[in-house]
Design a protein around this ligand. Structure first.
Ligand code: PMT
Length: 412
């Protein structure tokens, strides 16, 4: 592929000013960029600035007679190698998820046959709102890469996830998206995402679960465990570094998304099971999550109250779906299915039995009687059909790299 052509859609949010720096990075890196400025975006940056930086005309309206004689919006949507929406506002993503086409930006996003990368930026509450979560999940399920926003202080004075990632991070993500779609050379300022021979999992889809699940008892209480997500996130990062397309289904944890990883956040085991199913097909699945085996049989609609009588309310449990065992039986079973086993005694015996019972190809066993859950280090035993390999204690990142190496060997 020659120098990449980016179609940049600029939504209406304060973060739009960072799109100017992104245009500069794309040009400096050797790519060309055509900008589509939404009505909202034009309140934050001007078409003049973008035209000067991109050295290209800026498109603002669907109702340009000269362009539309030649179906300009269709041509525009097809002429790029990658469509980047930055900033992707809550409104823009809702329209994309619903297939609404009521201006130039949304029309070409519906008409394009090219990969789309959305870079969200919005207030933390808007990002966490169930409607936005649904829209992000819909977009990801339909193949749009949605970056995770950064966390920190926001222009509106609140704090949390929702800030636009720095332009350098967006530029790196553009490199990853282009590499996935056949652009073999990283450009200036981009990490080396491409050459297949250095990237043993290039072209493979790796599905990873990580973190705990929370099972609500009432609106303020839940059943949980001590998993921090560190081990699973480290494996996601190592798989992405190895060139895989990675989907990370994460329970409630406070960890940043590793670069190049598509993340789906869930809370409960049943949501995790649904997200795993939605992410299929995958070549490899690595089930690191500490899924709660049980949930409260009935979630109370209101906070359970002490009534002063000293009587304790009963807590009835129901069994959660076993995601790993179900995946092993699925018609879409990944070629390599890796489970984890968290044990506190007779670690290898219990894990070996678990491998057979759940139908996994490999089980990675760890002793969680110490501080492995939540800690930074781990000592694992990799149990396969041909035997057990025990690794010494090491940082979770090194465990992740060792496991990904073995996965890559299995596909070599
Ligand atoms: O997150 P960290 O703080 O870094 O800690 C890492 C870890 C200790 C959580 C991780 O290394 C680990 O051991 N993960 C598996 C935890 C677990 O739930 O193990 P288990 O033995 O209960 O489950 C066995 C396998 O079945 C696991 O792959 C699990 O994801 C899966 N499972 C379990 C229950 C269920 N309902 N559905 C499942 O898919």
């Amino acid at each position: 592929m020659a120098d990449p052509r980016i179609l940049l859609v600029i939504g209406g949010g304060i973060a739009a000013y960072k799109s100017c720096e992104l245009v500069r990075l794309i040009r400096k890196g050797g790519g060309s960029v055509a900008c589509v400025l939404t009505e909202g975006g034009s309140h934050f940056v001007t078409a003049m600035t973008l035209a000067a930086l991109s050295e290209n005309p800026v498109h603002t309206t669907l109702w340009d007679l000269k362009n539309e004689v030649e179906m300009g919006h269709i041509q525009l949507s097809r002429a790029a190698d990658l469509v980047v929406v930055c900033p992707a506002t809550a409104d823009l993503m809702a329209k994309m998820a619903a297939g609404i086409a009521d201006d130039l930006a949304t029309t070409l996003l519906l008409a394009t046959d090219k990969p789309v990368l959305a870079v969200p930026a919005m207030n933390v509450r808007m990002w966490q709102h169930p409607a936005t979560r649904r829209n992000v999940a819909t977009l990801r399920a339909s193949g749009v890469t949605v970056m995770e926003p950064d966390e920190g202080a926001m222009a509106c004075g609140e704090f949390g996830p929702g800030r636009l990632p720095e332009p350098e991070a967006v530029w790196a993500e553009i490199g990853a998206a282009l590499a996935t779609h056949g652009h073999s050379q990283p450009l200036e300022g981009q990490p080396d995402f491409a050459p297949e021979r250095h990237r043993p999992l290039f072209g493979k889809h790796v599905l990873i679960t990580a973190g705990p699940t929370h099972e609500p008892i009432d609106p303020v209480r839940y059943i949980a465990n001590r998993s921090s997500g560190k081990q699973g996130f480290a494996i996601a990062a190592a798989a992405a570094e190895a060139g895989a397309r990675v989907t990370l289904v994460a329970g409630p944890v406070h960890l940043p998304t590793p670069p190049g990883v598509d993340r789906v956040d869930v809370e409960t085991a049943r949501q995790m099971a649904a997200a795993v199913e939605a992410a299929l097909p995958a070549d490899v699945a690595v089930m690191v999550a500490a899924v709660a085996d049980w949930r409260a049989a009935e979630e109370a609609g209101q906070k359970l109250k002490k009534d002063g009588s000293g009587k304790v309310p009963p807590l009835h449990l129901a069994e959660n779906p076993d995601i790993l065992a179900a995946l092993a039986q699925s018609p879409q079973r990944p070629r390599l299915l890796v489970g984890f086993a968290a044990e506190t005694e007779r670690v290898i015996d219990h894990a070996t039995a678990k491998r057979a019972r759940k139908g996994a190809d490999w089980i990675v066993a760890n002793d969680v009687s110490g501080d492995v859950m939540g800690g930074h280090a781990n000592a694992v035993h990799i149990i396969t059909a041909s035997g057990t390999e025990s690794l010494p204690e090491m940082p979770k990142e090194d465990v992740a790299r060792a496991l990904v190496e073995r996965i890559a060997d299995a596909f070599a």
